[in-house]
Ligand binder design. Structure first.
Ligand SMILES: [Zn+2]
Length: 371
């Protein structure tokens, strides 16, 4: 979709991000799913009929377009439908697999009855309402770390007890009239790495404890970066990556499915914006890969413990247990299928020790001593 020359919204960041993640091998083509546009039944769960009717037919007035910050066009509408479809699809995938993301979305300034701040539809609200209506989830937590308050999301769920909205944002930044989230943490202008990460580390576990969500949504806006055109905070790139990792680990360590959506980012160039957005996906993939290994390590240890008990009581492991032990002795378990390279060379597996207490897999799979 083309915007008028000089328009401040970096519309090309989406395709740049996708290209970057594919070229780095963070994602493969098989990991990507082209979403369907969201359907009108789902839209109606989060937006008013009057607003949807306008979007579907006449379009938005000049005043409404000014508030939105984007020129209305049928193409913008189609794009918004597909972006919301992406978040819903990612939500279903996260419920199945634990973690998924949309390489778009996080349009948190969209209210039930109007759009603003570059946001036509509230994709996260639509996904939550849809899955609640289908009884796939009861509760959800929204972790909104875009530098701007998630005003639309806060308003949509203000009276919905089962949806916990958490927003950490610039106090003196847009939107000037803040809505009420379940937990709002306003930050003063110029906040840097340590204060930001300490504040997040303090509040995030409380959010998850209080909300006990069936699923969490992470709006990983990168407009917190130092030098962002609309940001006013001063985070370094390292801190953004730490932030992403902190959210992913804190949520996933509790076994809560997580959906990552982009939200805002207005760095000096579109390439730079895409680069900053890529961190959340790099961290997500690294974490999940590691979690898979850690699960297998636990499984392997259990198997060894069982076998040792049998051997101590004078019996031999039988059948499939014996087969699994044979595999274990060679340093592989069925759970590691597809990870042969990493097993052959543990340094390839994961470079970050904090993710991988059992990084050196050999140590976890010591061959058992046969009597
Ligand atoms: Zn923002």
């Amino acid at each position: 979709m083309a915007l008028p020359p000089g328009h401040p919204f970096p519309i090309s960041k989406y395709s740049l991000l996708k290209e970057r993640l594919l070229s780095e091998g963070v994602l493969s083509a098989d990991d990507l799913i082209e979403p369907e546009p969201i359907d009108s039944a789902a839209l109606q769960l989060a937006h008013t009929g009057e607003y949807l009717h306008k979007l579907n037919s006449t379009g938005l007035s000049a005043a409404e377009q000014r508030r939105l910050g984007l020129p209305w066009s049928p193409e913008l509408w189609r794009r918004s439908l597909r972006a919301s479809g992406g978040t819903l699809r990612a939500t279903r995938a996260a419920l199945e697999t634990g973690l998924a993301g949309n390489l778009a979305g996080g349009t948190h300034h969209a209210f039930a009855d109007h759009g603003e701040g570059f946001c036509v539809l509230n994709d996260v609200a639509i996904a939550i309402c849809t899955l609640r209506a289908q009884r796939a989830i009861e509760s959800a937590a929204v972790i909104d770390l875009d530098v701007h308050q998630g005003n639309g999301t806060a308003a949509i769920f203000e009276k919905v007890e089962e949806v916990f909205t958490f927003s950490m944002h610039g106090e003196r930044n847009y939107p000037l009239a803040k809505m009420r989230s379940n937990l709002d943490i306003p930050l003063r202008d110029g906040v840097g790495d340590t204060e930001y990460l300490d504040t997040l580390e303090q509040h995030l576990p409380v959010v998850l404890k209080q909300s006990q969500p069936d699923i969490a949504f992470y709006l990983a806006g990168v407009d917190v970066a130092a030098g962002d055109r609309y940001g006013k905070l001063a985070l370094t790139e390292d801190a953004i990556r730490c932030r992403d990792r902190l959210v992913i680990e804190t949520v996933r360590a509790r076994g809560v499915p997580l959906v990552i959506v982009l939200a805002g980012g207005y760095a000096a160039t579109r390439e730079r914006t895409a680069e900053l957005h890529a961190h959340a996906f790099r961290e997500a993939v690294a974490y999940e890969r590691c979690a898979r290994c850690n699960r297998a390590v636990v499984e392997g240890r259990q198997l060894i413990a069982n076998a040792q008990t049998l051997i101590e009581s004078g019996q031999q492991p039988q059948g499939s247990d014996q087969q699994k032990l044979n595999v274990l002795e060679k340093g592989r378990t069925p759970a590691f299928d597809g990870m042969a390279d990493e097993l052959a060379d543990p340094s390839k597996h994961e470079q970050r020790s904090e993710h991988a207490p059992q990084r050196h897999l050999g140590a976890a799979f010591q061959p058992i001593d046969r009597p």
